[in-house]
Design a protein around this ligand. Sequence first.
Ligand code: ZN
Length: 185
Amino acid sequence: MQGSHHGGRVHYVAFPPRVAGLYRLRIEQLCLSDLYITGNHMVRIMQTAQERGSTWLAGAGVRPTKQRVALAALLVGDGKDRHVTAESLFASARAEGDTVSLATVYNTLRAFCDAGLMQEVTVDGAKSYFDTNTHDHPHFFWEDEDRLTDAPSDQLVISKLPEAPDGAEIASVDVVIRLRRTTSD
Ligand SMILES: [Zn+2]
């Protein structure tokens, strides 16, 4: 299919998921979901949630079992980043009619982290949040709702950190800013 855009020629091409996976990294670098510009062509990759899930798994070399694809579709099927707990993803899967167990959801999230597809964000010792955005970024934690959202990275400045003790190095720094609602009156 062809069309025109700002006087230039635009090609809309639907790639099969395997091919789309090759383009996925470039798309993420450009921060343009599903749009890829190659030479004089703008390419639109049309994918279903399941296909997006499969592509996401393939990008990290994770074997796309039916269960993993179903959970991946819930996580990245709309092309947006998402913060989940094992419990919240379990609830979403059940709502879709999936008979997956909570333990399987938890183990799958762990496997996705090990594969580099997600990162774990620890808010308190009791509960882990899992983030499809694997870049370093700060978080807001909405205490009243137990909800985690991204905080603007460009407004965070860390000017000094304590030195790591002898025989240790800093592996990562997690920034979680806890929020509570202000009363409206
Ligand atoms: Zn995040």
